[in-house]
Ligand binder design. Sequence first.
Ligand SMILES: [Fe+2]
Length: 388
Amino acid sequence: MENLVAVEGVKKTIFGVGAVNQIIFECQSLGTSRALLVVDRALSETKICTSIQDIFRNSPVKTIPYFEVTPEPSPDLADTGAELAKKENADCIIGIGGGSTMDVAKAIAVLCKNDGKILDYVGLNLVKKAGLPTIMVPTTAGTGSEATFTSVFTMKETKTKGGVNSPLLYPHTAILDPELTLGLPADITASTGMDALTHAIESFTSLQAHFISEPLSLKAIEIISANLRGAVYSGSDIQFRNSMMKASFLAGMGLAMSGVGAVHALAYPLGAFFDVPHGLANALMLPYVLEYNYPGDIDKFARIARAMGEETEGHSKRDTAALAVKAVQDVTRDIGIPRTLKDLRIPEESIPEMAEAAMKVKRPIMNNPRPMTARVAEDIYQKAFEGM
Ligand SMILES: [Fe+2]
């Protein structure tokens, strides 16, 4: 039986091809007259950014560009963005991009109404007041940041990652337009799609999973298994993009409700120490951590194997559960994810230090369906170093 279940989330979700054209209407319904547009540097040079700016050009909503976000963002990006938003009297923050951009946008919104710097709020429930309203427009299908109450920052000096976690970070509106992901290169489609699969599997098997999150997570697993290969290799096919955008959002909701597990905890040090992008770090660690995790919840892993389309007839439940690990391995192989830490040139000597850092990512470690220790984390990294 569940513990107490309480669910919050994004207020309004708009999904569909062309949904981004609703953005002026959504701004106006929030009473917005001056919106800060938060975009990452790479995206700011693309057609996506100019076409969204064009939508605003002939509207009563003025935009203030903040096109400075870089991947695995540092906290000062939020601090600087908030200063600009306050100076320009912005009344809404719009994040257009991948997880890094949306995380920075959510943080800026909070800083506009709360004193201090974003590092003051790294932790759980430290934000005091609601921020400015936010609109999230994802341009990748993976991070699910448009559905979550978290902003993650990378602190280069201490080689750590930290998250601001508060229900006050939930975006007001998520505009999900699969057309915006049509031009994503295959490798980013692959790694962000694997991030979504990781959210789906980890939230489904989390010790905090419940009757509301489980069906969302499981549906996301099913959709991603059936569509990620297509999105990677036939990226201009809108059907695959449409399905991945849906799945990423469902997985993000699952993650927001029930959290992630040891895959994320073990992936974090790869990003913090060696700048491995979040999606890629998860994609690489996922099969290795699941190989350890599946005996911790045979029933759920058997359901994952079925959702991923594995042939399970005639297998015992335990063997069916093991097929989930194989199914995940097959996806990562098929879409060209690097297989080992060696492939990423991570030095073997760093394993003990990474294991220690992973254990500090407390909540995901606690959510994991099988108890995780520093010793086990070292073993998993060692396997990931050498390959399965
Ligand atoms: Fe993630």
